[in-house]
Design a protein around this ligand. Sequence first.
Ligand SMILES: *[C@@H]1O[C@H](CO)[C@@H](O)[C@H](O)[C@H]1NC(C)=O
Ligand SMILES: *[C@@H]1O[C@H](CO)[C@@H](O)[C@H](O)[C@H]1NC(C)=O
Ligand SMILES: *[C@@H]1O[C@H](CO)[C@@H](O)[C@H](O)[C@H]1NC(C)=O
Length: 354
Amino acid sequence: MPQVVLLVVCALVCVAVANATVVDGLGDQVHNARPIVGVMAQPTYADPQYKGLGRTYLAAAYVKWLESAGARVVAVQYDLPEPQLVRLLQSINGVVFPGGELDIPGSHYQNTSQFIYNWAIKVRFHSFSSSSIAIAQRTDVTSASGRPQNEAGNYFPLWGTCQGFEQMAIMASGDDSILTEFQAENLTLALDFSSAAAHSRLYGSMEKRIVDIFRNQAVAQNLHQLGLAPDLYALTVGTDNERFRSTWDILSTNEDRRGWTFISSMESKKHPFYATQYHPERNAYEWDREEALIHSADAVAAMQALSNFLVSEARKSANTFANKSEEYASLIYNFAPLYTPRIDRYYEQVYFWK
Ligand SMILES: *[C@@H]1O[C@H](CO)[C@@H](O)[C@H](O)[C@H]1NC(C)=O
Ligand SMILES: *[C@@H]1O[C@H](CO)[C@@H](O)[C@H](O)[C@H]1NC(C)=O
Ligand SMILES: *[C@@H]1O[C@H](CO)[C@@H](O)[C@H](O)[C@H]1NC(C)=O
């Protein structure tokens, strides 16, 4: 009995909070203290050194980076059949598109990623209103069994890193050829913040000390040969690019070895979608001696601020697994990563799936 009373009180409090603070369609007050974030597991075919180790892989640094901020992780296999994929998306609180070596346009991996992107847009905005957030909240609190995806007022963050950033650029613009070549392998840089950064969600509420680390110290590790040039982002030919410019903010740029400018972080104006061309998951968790990678306390704190932010976004998502057994069976803890520096110097540990 007391439990029931508590639930009702909680629901009422949450309704009040939600009504008070909804701003521009973002900022649900769902507080999910047990967030679970999906990270894409990608095919190994582009990495010949992984031959025989598995069909798909996921670098463990992404898992640790999310865990360090208070989330648990589920690997999202890129070739899950659609019904299972949808069921999984309905059970988790966001998706990360990690770095990698794939030829993205036209790939099965990108097709699945695009499906998730489209799904996340729909889940976010379908008949959104503050009262429907309240309903989502109540449903979450009271429903113990698999409920249908609550499209109204749910929250579902997406994050792209490096290859994931490039995927996000393609998905946001609808343009497969929006990326161009840059010379930014093995390059650590301080961010050149745009004017939009100060009032962005990603950097805008960060402690000044952390923002200053990003601004003044070369902590952001770049490992890319492709990227998004601001002038391509800004092109107004074609409605897709126009849509991109009007719906995403450039938060920072950087120059590659030739002095060519690429976008180094961006966020969607409308959706809880974020992308960094640099690698925040590596400073604390990768140790290759042959690459430029800063392990200072400041660098680790800066990258931790990004996972703290992303996981705080995931806490706004009301999705849960149908029950504990389904949750336990899905978590990354069911799998053990391999210690891989002799196989691939870029990664200390990698998960593989046959
Ligand atoms: C792309 O995704 C759609 C919808 O999920 C699916 O029907 C189609 O078979 C996929 N195509 C490829 C090439 O993966
Ligand atoms: C990466 O950059 C560092 C620092 O500039 C340099 O010492 C190292 O040799 C580079 N590694 C590779 C593989 O190019
Ligand atoms: C958990 O949910 C799954 C999927 O709905 C179902 O197959 C399974 O029987 C449930 N297990 C328990 C213990 O309720």
